[in-house]
Design a protein around this ligand. Structure first.
Ligand code: NAD
Length: 441
C-alpha cells in the first residue's frame, strides 16, 4: 500500500519510518526544505533513539522517500496522515492553521479516493472542519474519508511506542476507511494490540483526556511532595505504596520540577479552551497546569534556600531537555528555572548529553560544559534537573573535588539521601527531608 505522511517532526517522521518498516511505501512531506534535504541523506534533524537507523533502512530499501511537494505526497497515497504541529495560540486554544493548510493542499491535488487521517493532536470538531476545508478546495469532486488516529508515542522511546503501542485509536464514520486503517496496522494485530474503533469526536477527545490525566497525575504527586516536605513524610515511599495499588499504577507518580515537552502543557491549555467553548469548566486541567507552573518556581526557591541566597552563586546543572533520551527543549522546566537563576544573578554551568547546543542558543548567558564534572567545576551546588542514565551513577569523589562546596540538589529524586549524606554531601531532593553530611564523612 502507498501512504504519505505530512509533517516530518517527531510524530510524522516516526510514523513514516515505522510504516516503512511494516513494508508499506511511504512518502514523507514537509514544507521545511532544509529538513527534507537532510532527511534524503538519512540525516535525522533531532535526537530520537533508533530513528536514524530506521530512516536509513527505509531509504535503502526504497520504502521511504522525502519530498517538499504536496502533489507527490497526495498522488499515489491511499492514506494521507497529517502530522503537522498544533501549537498553542495566545488564549491556549490549538492553532489549526497548519492542519487546514495541509487540508487545502491535499484537496487541490486529489484525483481519487483518499483516507485522510489526523495524527496531530486536534480539538474535538477538527475532523468535521477538515472535511469542509477539503470539500471546499477540491477542483473536481473526489470521494474521501476523514479518520482521527491520535498518536500516543513518547519522545525518547517513540519507535518502541509506535511499534508496540498500548492501543490504537481509530475514529471514523466510514466502514471502508476503518477497514483500510485496520489493514495498515495489521502487524500490530499480530501482537494483539487492542484497537479502539469509535466515532471521530470520541477519538479526538481520547487524546486530550489521556494527556490531561497523565499531566494531572504528575501535578498531583508534586503537590503531595510539597506537603510531604512540610509534614516530614517521604514522597518516594508514599508514591511507591500508592503505585502498588493497581487502580492507581506506578507510572507518572514521580515528584520533580514538573512536566514539560511539546504536549502536556499545550494539550492541557487546549482542553481548558475546548471546555470554555462548550461552557464546561475544566477545573482539574486548569489546576494541573497552575500547579505545574508553580512547581518550577518552587524549585528555584528550593535552590535559593539550600544556597542561602542566589546572587553571585555558581550553579552546576545536569540535564536540560524536558526528559531523558531526547534533545527536545520545548517547555522544558530547565529553561524556565535557568532563566530565573540567571535573572537572580547566578552563573549557570550546564551539561546535557543531547540538548546542550540548542539550549545554549536559547540561553546564551549559560555556560555550556563538556560533561557533568565540568558543570560541577567551581560551582556552589550541583543540580540534577533531567534524569539521563549517565547522571544515575556519578563519581561522587570527582563531583566533590570539582564543587566549591558539597551541595547536591536532586530534583528527580535519583539518589538515596542516606547514601549522599554518607558521602559527605548536603543533599536536597523533592518531597523528602534534606540530609546533612554524616559528621564523619
Ligand atoms: P514538530 O513541530 O516536531 O513537527 C511538525 C512538522 O510539521 C515540522 O517539521 C514542520 O515543518 C511541518 N509542517 C508545518 N506545516 C506544514 C505544512 N503545511 N506542510 C507540511 N509540513 C508542515 O511536531 P510534533 O512534535 O511531531 O507534533 C506534531 C503533532 O503531533 C502535534 O499536534 C502534537 O501535539 C502531536 N503529538 C506529538 C507528540 C510528541 O511527543 N511530540 C506525541 C503525540 C502527538
Amino acid at each position: 500500500m502507498n501512504i504519505s505522511v505530512i509533517g516530518t517532526g517527531y510524530v510524522g517522521l516516526v510514523t513514516g519510518a515505522c510504516f516503512a518498516e511494516f513494508g508499506l511505501n511511504v512518502v514523507c512531506m514537509d514544507t521545511d526544505a532544509r529538513r527534507i534535504e537532510r532527511l534524503e541523506k538519512g540525516d535525522v534533524p533531532f535526537y530520537e533513539p533508533g530513528l536514524t537507523e530506521l530512516v536509513s533502512k527505509g531509504l535503502r530499501e526504497h520504502h521511504l522517500s522525502f519530498t517538499t511537494d504536496i502533489a507527490k505526497a497526495v498522488d499515489q497515497a491511499l492514506v494521507i496522515f497529517i502530522a503537522v504541529g498544533t501549537p498553542s495560540r495566545a488564549d491556549g486554544s490549538a492553532d489549526l492553521s497548519y492542519v487546514e493548510e495541509v487540508g487545502r493542499g491535499i484537496a487541490r491535488h486529489m484525483t481519487g479516493y483518499k483516507v485522510i487521517a489526523t495524527k496531530s493532536t486536534v480539538p474535538v470538531g477538527t475532523g468535521e472542519k477538515l472535511r469542509d476545508v477539503i470539500a471546499a478546495n477540491q477542483p473536481a469532486r473526489c470521494r474521501f474519508d476523514i479518520v482521527s488516529n491520535p498518536e500516543f508515542l513518547r519522545e525518547g522511546s517513540a519507535i518502541e511506542d509506535f511499534l508496540r503501542p498500548n492501543r490504537v485509536v481509530i475514529g471514523a464514520d466510514s466502514p471502508e476507511a476503518v477497514a483500510i486503517m485496520r489493514d495498515l496496522y495489521r502487524p500490530l494485530y499480530l501482537i494483539e494490540t487492542p484497537f479502539v474503533v469509535t466515532d471521530i469526536p470520541s477519538a479526538e477527545m481520547i487524546k486530550y483526556a489521556s494527556n490531561a490525566f497523565l499531566a494531572t497525575k504528575v501535578s498531583f504527586i508534586n503537590e503531595v511532595a510539597n506537603l510531604c516536605e512540610k509534614v516530614g513524610a517521604d514522597v518516594q515511599v508514599v508514591a511507591k505504596a500508592m503505585g502498588l495499588d493497581r487502580r492507581i499504577g506506578p507510572k507518572f507518580l514521580h515528584a520533580g520540577p514538573g512536566f514539560g515537552g511539546s504536549c502536556f502543557p499545550k494539550d492541557l491549555a487546549a482542553l481548558v479552551q475546548i471546555g470554555e467553548q462548550a461552557e464546561q469548566e475544566m477545573d482539574i486541567a486548569k489546576s494541573a497546569a497552575r500547579i505545574n507552573e508553580r512547581q518550577r518556581l518552587l524549585m528555584v526557591e528550593k535552590i535559593r534556600t539550600a544556597l542561602g541566597g542566589l546572587k553571585g552563586k555558581t550553579i552546576g546543572l545536569l540535564g536540560l531537555s524536558f526528559k531523558p533520551n531526547t534533545n527536545d527543549l520545548r517547555e522544558a522546566p530547565a529553561l524556565a528555572i535557568v532563566e530565573k537563576l540567571l535573572a537572580e544573578g547566578c552563573q549557570v554551568r550546564a551539561y546535557d548529553p543531547a540538548a546542550l547546543e540548542e539550549a545554549t542558543k536559547l540561553l546564551p548567558k549559560m555556560t555550556p560544559c563538556p560533561d557533568a564534572y565540568g558543570a560541577a567545576e567551581g560551582a556552589d551546588a550541583l543540580v540534577l534537573m533531567t534524569e539521563w542514565n549517565q547522571f544515575r551513577n556519578l563519581d561522587f569523589d570527582q563531583v566533590k573535588k570539582a564543587l566549591r562546596r558539597p551541595l547536591f540538589i536532586d530534583l528527580r529524586n535519583v539518589y538515596e539521601p542516606e547514601r549522599l549524606a554518607a558521602l559527605g554531601f548536603h543533599y536536597v531532593s523533592v518531597g523528602r527531608p534534606a540530609r546533612n553530611p554524616k559528621p564523619d564523612a
